[in-house]
Design a protein around this ligand. Structure first.
Ligand SMILES: Nc1ncnc2c1ncn2[C@@H]1O[C@H](COP(=O)(O)OP(=O)(O)OP(=O)(O)O)[C@@H](O)[C@H]1O
Ligand SMILES: [Mg+2]
Length: 304
């Protein structure tokens, strides 16, 4: 059976919706892992590689032990509180439609923490906080043969003194991106990778010259655009329309579904269409726990 390693940070999320109500939830790579399990838990081993704080360990172990395909050998116990992220959808300060604040960040994963991912058939790196892992550790992992799917995410965010995340031009972006087979980012993150000159098309061409075979730029309800190293024309991927219940984790679901489709042998465009259907459907489900019903939600969206 093949193995997907999911590298990043699991977080204790506090989400305040547009109506002002706040709920706690497992977040970060818990979305990627939940989506992978729902889509392919019977056909792949899913190996989360992340630190877990003492306050989250029992809850997380219970949750992941109940998900098909998930194995816990890659967990690294952290002697202290787990990273927390407060997401507030009533305000936007992070370059999107929400304000994000980081509390008690755990130290980045080191080379030795990633050793379990070296024999994986596919590696999904999801930069949930931007402090998830050392670049040098990822570069060492990239020497192994498995393709790396890199979700750029918070590498494009800086942080104020109180933990509030703010847009910034990412540091050492070219080195992070060169480790990847596929780079996933949303349109805000791509604008920051492109920098002040905002030459997105030129930036994407440079990225595709530097290692990655594909770049996918997502744009929420407007779908996504796939750029390929071996094809001059980009491919526009439509997002099936949905009545959004919870948009958190749509990008994570997109990445997880893309990895599953590629492992099944799909081409880039077919994989991105599958990922788009899965990501739209994820907006109908609440929290990472809701992702267990992802296949049903995809059927409903696909036939709608
Ligand atoms: N409102 C929506 N309606 C339909 N599909 C959506 C919607 N929001 C997101 N999606 C789907 O999810 C994909 C990823 O969404 P988005 O561009 O918001 O990613 P993101 O900013 O990385 O999200 P995340 O908050 O998970 O990091 C989109 O390309 C689309 O396929
Ligand atoms: Mg994202």
């Amino acid at each position: 059976m093949r193995t997907v390693a999911v590298v990043g940070t699991v977080v204790d999320d506090r989400i305040t919706g547009r109506d002002g109500t706040t709920r706690g939830s497992l977040g970060g790579i818990a979305y990627s892992v939940g989506a992978l399990s729902a889509l392919a838990g019977s056909e792949v081993r899913i190996l989360p590689v992340c630190r877990v704080g003492t306050d989250l360990l029992a809850r997380l172990t219970r949750h992941w032990s109940g998900l098909e395909g998930v194995e816990l050998d890659g967990l690294v116990a952290h002697d202290g509180p787990n990273t927390r992220i407060e997401l507030d959808y009533r305000h936007g300060a992070s370059g999107g439609d929400r304000r994000e604040r980081l509390a008690s960040p755990m130290p980045p994963l080191q080379e030795r923490d990633l050793a379990v991912a070296r024999s994986a058939d596919s590696v999904l790196v999801n930069c949930i906080t931007g402090f998830d892992l050392r670049l040098e550790a990822l570069e060492e992992l990239a020497e192994c043969t498995a393709p790396i799917h890199l979700d750029f995410h918070s590498l494009a965010l800086g942080m104020l003194g109180d933990g509030t995340r703010v847009p910034r031009s990412p540091q050492r972006a070219a080195r992070w991106i060169a480790t990847a087979d596929l780079l996933q980012c949303n349109k805000f993150e791509m604008a920051r990778i492109a920098g002040t000159d905002c030459l997105v098309a030129k930036t994407i061409a440079t990225i595709l010259d530097g290692g990655p075979q594909a770049v996918v730029v997502t744009a929420s309800a407007r779908g996504s655009i796939l750029h390929l190293a071996d094809q001059p024309e980009s491919v526009t991927i439509i997002a099936p329309p949905v009545n959004v219940l919870d948009p958190t984790g749509a990008g994570d679901t997109f990445g997880a579904a893309m990895v599953v489709a590629r492992l099944r042998g799909e081409g880039w465009a077919a994989a991105a269409r599958y990922a788009s259907l899965a990501a739209s459907a994820s907006c109908l489900l609440a929290g990472c726990e809701g992702l267990a019903r992802l296949p049903e939600a995809m059927s409903a969206v696909g036939s709608g």
